[in-house]
Design a binder for this molecule. Structure first.
Ligand code: UDP
Ligand code: LCN
Length: 806
C-alpha cells in the first residue's frame, strides 16, 4: 500500500488527492466509514467531471477503494487501509501530503484522541495482545483458506507424522489407550503395551477378521479380539472392524492427511455433549419472536437433535451397543421462575423427537429477586455468569454421571460459561458466535462509555475476547463471519485491533489465520420445513388454516389489514421486530412503489400489533414506525400484518402456502449474520430476496437460486422484485426455475446431517490435536483468567450493584 500511496503522491494525481482531501475536510463528519468515503469520492469525481478511465483505473481510485476508514486529526488525515482480507495498514497523511505508516499502538492512540480520551500524562493504558500465544502454533497462510482449519490441521499433523514417525506414533498409541466409556475400556487394552506391538496385533487381527463374513456381528467375535488386545470401538461387524483396522494400519505405514482424518473420525470419544445457551427463554414452544430469542434457539434445538442422532449412529457403527452406550446431549440454559406461561421454569425438559437430549435449566442465584426471578436482557446478564457456571457444573456432573466430552457455547454469554466450565472440567471447548454485537453496533467500542448504561459492551467485548481465545475450536456459519469480504470487515476480524478508551487497547485480539476457525453452516429442520410440492406430507387442514390466516381471516386482536385482492402475488417476510431486521424498510420500499403494489400484496409475520403489549423499546419503536408507514403510503387493502407466534408446524406450512401462491420471501435486514429464515423459505421452494449485508451473500447465488437486495436502496430493491415479477408474468416457468434451484441449494449444502458430521469430526480431531501436540495452552488460559478476574469481574460486580437497587 505504501507504494500505491507514493504512486499517487509522486504523480499528477497528487493534485486530485489534495482537492479530494480538501473536500473531505469540509465535511461535517470527522470519522468517515467506507460508505462515506466512497460516496464522497463519487461526488468528487462527478463535480470534477473525472473520466471513466480515471474512476476505474487511477491509483487514487484504487487507494480510495481499499480505504476502510478516514479519521480527521487537526491538520492530518489518518487512513485505515485494508489491502486484502484480514490485513490492515495505517497511514497518516500530513497537510503537505507526506505519508507515514503508523503502528497499531499509534492508531489506537489516534482513536482515543479522537474521542478525547487520550491521557499520556496519566501513564500507559493496558494493552491486550494474544499474538504471542499463537506464535508457536501452526497458522494458515492464504486468507482464502481461513475457516478451513481442520483440513489444514490434518495436513499439518500428517506431515509431522511423516517427518518424525516414531514420536507421533507413540502419541497416537497413547491417545488410543485413553478412551473409556463410564469405566469400560475402549479400543485397546493392557495387553498391547507399545506402539510396535499395536502394529503387530493389528496385522493379526486383520487376518482374523478377514476370514469372517463381512456381516458377522461384533458380539460374536468380541472375545477373540479382546485376547488380541482389542476392546469395543472398532466396528459393529467384521467388515467395519476390518475397515477401521486397515485405515489405522495404513496410517502407521504411510501417513497422509486423508487417512488421518478418516481414522480420527472413527475414534469413539464423544458421547456426552453440553450446548450452552444461557440467557434464556430457551424452550420449545411460545418463545420465538421475542426480543433476544430467535435463530439461536432454533439452531441449538435442531443441532441437539441432530447431534444425538449422529452420536447414536456413530456408537452403533463403532460396535458400542455391546456396552449399552447411550449418548446424551444437554442444552444448558437458565431457569426463569416467572416464565410467562412457557416451560422456562422447568428444570428438565426433553427435546422433542429425541431419546436422550434434554434442556437442563439452572436457576440464577437469588441476588435481587426482582431481577433474578425474571427474564433478563442479554445486555444485562453478565454478573450472573460465574455463579451460574459453578452451579451448572454440579448439575451437569450429576445428570451426566461424570464430565461431558465436549462443551459448545452459544453467543457471548454461553461462550463465557462454556469457557468457565471447560476450564473446570478439562473438556474440549467449542464456540459459536451467532452474532457478535461489536460489529452490529456502529462505534460500539469507541463510545463504549456513552453506551455502557444501556449495553455494557465493556463486559461483552471482554467476554468475547476471553471465550474466543480460549476455545479449542470455533465454528462459524459463513466465511465472512470470520474475515468479511474484500470490502467489508468480518465479525471476528473486528476484534483484531480496537480500543476501549480508558479501559484497554487490544493490539492483537484474535489470530484470524489460526486453524481453530472452521466454517460449518447450520441446516434447517426438515420435519417442519420442506418443499411445497411434497403434497403427501402436507396436512390439508393446516394448509387451509394458514391460507385463511394469511389472506382472509379477520381478527383484530392479532391481525392488522384486509386485502382488497388476495389473489395478487404475495411478498412475504417473517422476523422479530428489531430495528436491524428492517421490516419497516421493506414496508417503506413497498409503499414507495405503486407498481409493486399493483402486482403484489405485502404480508408480514412480525412481533406484536400493539405498543402496550411490548416490553422492548426497540420493538415499540418499530411498531409505531410500521403504522406510520402504512398511513403515509396508504397501504390499506394491500398489506397484512400478523402479530402471531406460530408453532413450528404452522410456520413451516405458512412458507409453503405462500409458495402455493407463487409468492416470494424477502429478508430485508440491514445486517444478517446468517439468516435461518432464508433457509426455511428456500427449502419450501420460495424465490428468496435477501440482504446483501452479511451471511445471505454466501447462501444465495444472485439470480441463480435467489436474489440479493441492498435494503438501504429502496427503489433498487423494488425494481429487483418487479423485474422478477414481470419475468414470471412473461414466462411462467421462471418462478419454478428459481424455486427448484433454491430447494436444491439447501439440500446440497445446508442440512443438519452435513453440519453434525462435520462438527463431530472437528471435536475428535481437535481433541487429538490437543493431546498429540502437547501444545501448552496453560499460559494462554492463565492470561485469560487474569483478564477475567481483573477486568471482567470488577465490572460485573459494578453492574450487579446497580441491579441490587432496581
Ligand atoms: N421465527 C418465528 N417467529 C417469528 C420470528 C421468527 O418462529 O415471529 C423463527 C424463524 O422461523 C427462524 C428464527 O425464528 O427459525 C429466526 O432466525 P434467524 O436466523 O432468521 O434470525 P434471528 O432471529 O436469529 O436473528
Ligand atoms: C443469530 C442471528 O442473528 C442469525 O443471523 C443467525 O441465523 C442465528 O443467530 C443462528 O445462528
Amino acid at each position: 500500500m505504501s507504494e500505491l500511496i507514493q504512486a499517487v503522491i509522486n504523480s499528477e494525481e497528487k493534485s486530485d488527492l489534495r482537492s479530494f482531501i480538501s473536500e473531505i475536510r469540509h465535511q461535517e463528519k470527522r470519522y468517515l466509514l467506507r460508505n462515506d468515503i466512497l460516496s464522497a469520492y463519487a461526488d468528487y469525481c462527478e463535480k470534477h467531471q473525472k473520466s471513466g478511465d480515471f474512476i476505474l483505473s487511477s491509483n487514487l481510485s484504487k487507494l480510495i477503494y481499499y480505504t476502510q476508514e478516514i479519521l480527521q486529526e487537526d491538520g492530518n488525515l489518518c487512513l485505515i487501509i485494508r489491502p486484502k482480507i484480514a490485513s490492515q495498514e495505517v497511514y497518516r497523511l500530513t497537510e503537505d501530503l507526506n505519508a507515514e505508516e503508523l503502528t497499531v499502538q499509534e492508531l489506537l492512540d489516534v482513536r482515543d484522541r479522537f474521542v478525547n480520551r487520550y491521557h499520556p500524562n496519566e501513564g500507559d493504558i493496558l494493552e491486550l495482545d494474544f499474538q504471542p500465544f499463537y506464535d508457536y502454533s501452526p497458522a494458515i497462510r492464504d486468507p482464502k483458506n481461513i475457516g478451513k482449519g481442520v483440513q489444514y490441521l490434518n495436513r499439518y499433523l500428517s506431515s509431522k507424522l511423516f517427518q518424525d514417525p516414531r514420536q507421533w506414533l507413540e502419541s497416537l498409541f497413547d491417545f488410543l489407550r485413553l478412551h473409556q466409556y463410564e469405566g469400560s475400556q475402549l479400543l485397546i487394552n493392557g495387553q498391547i503395551r507399545s506402539q510396535q506391538q499395536l502394529s503387530d496385533q493389528i496385522k493379526k487381527a486383520l487376518t482374523y477378521v478377514g476370514k469372517l463374513d463381512n456381516e458377522e456381528p461384533y458380539e460374536k467375535f468380541r472375545y477373540a479380539l479382546q485376547t488380541m488386545g482389542f476392546e469395543p470401538g472398532w466396528g459393529n461387524t467384521a467388515g467395519r472392524v476390518a475397515e477401521t483396522l486397515e485405515i489405522l494400519d495404513e496410517l502407521i505405514d504411510s501417513p497422509d492427511h486423508q487417512t488421518l482424518e478418516a481414522f480420527i473420525s472413527r475414534i469413539p470419544m464423544v458421547f456426552k455433549i453440553v450446548l450452552v445457551s444461557a440467557h434464556g427463554w430457551f424452550g420449545q414452544e411460545g418463545v420465538l419472536g421475542r426480543p433476544d430469542t430467535g435463530g439461536q434457539v432454533v439452531y441449538v434445538l435442531d443441532q441437539a437433535r441432530s447431534l444425538e442422532k449422529q452420536l447414536q449412529e456413530d456408537t452403533t457403527l463403532a460396535g458400542l451397543d455391546v456396552l449399552n452406550v447411550q449418548p446424551k446431549v444437554i442444552i444448558l440454559s437458565r431457569l426463569i421462575p416467572n416464565s410467562d406461561g412457557t416451560l422456562c421454569n422447568q428444570r428438565l425438559e426433553k427435546v422433542y423427537g429425541t431419546e436422550n437430549a434434554w434442556i437442563l435449566r439452572v436457576p440464577l442465584r437469588e441476588f435481587n429477586p426482582k431481577m433474578t426471578q425474571n427474564w433478563i436482557s442479554r445486555f444485562e446478564f453478565w454478573p450472573y455468569l460465574e455463579t451460574f457456571a459453578i452451579d451448572s457444573e454440579k448439575e451437569l456432573r450429576s445428570e451426566l454421571r461424570g464430565n461431558p466430552d465436549l462443551i459448545i457455547g452459544n453467543y457471548t454469554d454461553g461462550n463465557l460459561v462454556a469457557f468457565l466450565l471447560a476450564r473446570r472440567m478439562k473438556v474440549t471447548q467449542c464456540n459459536i458466535a451467532h452474532a457478535l454485537e461489536k460489529s452490529k453496533y456502529l462505534f460500539s467500542n469507541l463510545y463504549w462509555q456513552d453506551l455502557e448504561d444501556k449495553y455494557h459492551f465493556s463486559l461483552q467485548f471482554t467476554a468475547d475476547l476471553i471465550a474466543m481465545n480460549a476455545a479449542n475450536f470455533i465454528i462459524s456459519s459463513t466465511y465472512q463471519e470470520i474475515v468479511g469480504t474484500p470490502d467489508s470487515v468480518g465479525q471476528y476480524e473486528s476484534y483484531k485491533c480496537f480500543t476501549m478508551p480508558e479501559l484497554y487497547h487490544v493490539v492483537s485480539g484474535i489470530e484470524l489465520f489460526s486453524p481453530k476457525f472452521n466454517v460449518v453452516p447450520p441446516g434447517v429442520n426438515e420435519t417442519y420445513y420442506f418443499p411445497y410440492s411434497r403434497w403427501d406430507d402436507r396436512t390439508e387442514s393446516d394448509r387451509n388454516r394458514m391460507e385463511e390466516l394469511l389472506f382472509t381471516q379477520e381478527d383484530p386482536s392479532q391481525i392488522f389489514g384486509k386485502l382488497d385482492d388476495p389473489t395478487k402475488r404475495p411478498i412475504f417476510s417473517m422476523a422479530r421486530l428489531d430495528r436491524i431486521k428492517n421490516l419497516t424498510g421493506l414496508a417503506e420500499c413497498f409503499g414507495k412503489s405503486p407498481e409493486l403494489q399493483e402486482h403484489c400484496n405485502l404480508i408480514l409475520v412480525a412481533g406484536k400489533l400493539r405498543v402496550e403489549e411490548s416490553g422492548d423499546n426497540e420493538e415499540r419503536d418499530e411498531i409505531e414506525k410500521l403504522y406510520g408507514i402504512i398511513d403515509q403510503y396508504n397501504l390499506h387493502g394491500k398489506f397484512r400484518w400478523l402479530g402471531v407466534r406460530l408453532s413450528k408446524t404452522d410456520s413451516g406450512e405458512i412458507y409453503r402456502v405462500i409458495a402455493d401462491h407463487q409468492g416470494i420471501f424477502v429478508q430485508p435486514a440491514l445486517f444478517e449474520a446468517f439468516g435461518l429464515t432464508i433457509l426455511e423459505a428456500m427449502i419450501s421452494g420460495l424465490p428468496t430476496f435477501a440482504t446483501q449485508f452479511g451471511g445471505p451473500l454466501e447462501i444465495i447465488h444472485d439470480k441463480v437460486n435467489g436474489f440479493y437486495i441492498n435494503p438501504t436502496h429502496l427503489e433498487g430493491t423494488a425494481e429487483k422484485i418487479l423485474d422478477f415479477v414481470s419475468k414470471c408474468e412473461q414466462n411462467p416457468n421462471y418462478w419454478y426455475e428459481i424455486s427448484t434451484r433454491a430447494m436444491d441449494r439447501v439440500y446440497s449444502t445446508y442440512t443438519w446431517k452435513i453440519h453434525t458430521t462435520r462438527l463431530l469430526s472437528l471435536a475428535r480431531i481437535y481433541g487429538f490435536w490437543n493431546f498429540t501436540s502437547k501444545e501448552n495452552r496453560e499460559d494462554l488460559l492463565r492470561y485469560l483468567e487474569a483478564i477475567f478476574y481483573l477486568i471482567y469481574k470488577p465490572k460485573a460486580q459494578q453492574l450487579l450493584d446497580q441491579h441490587m437497587y432496581r
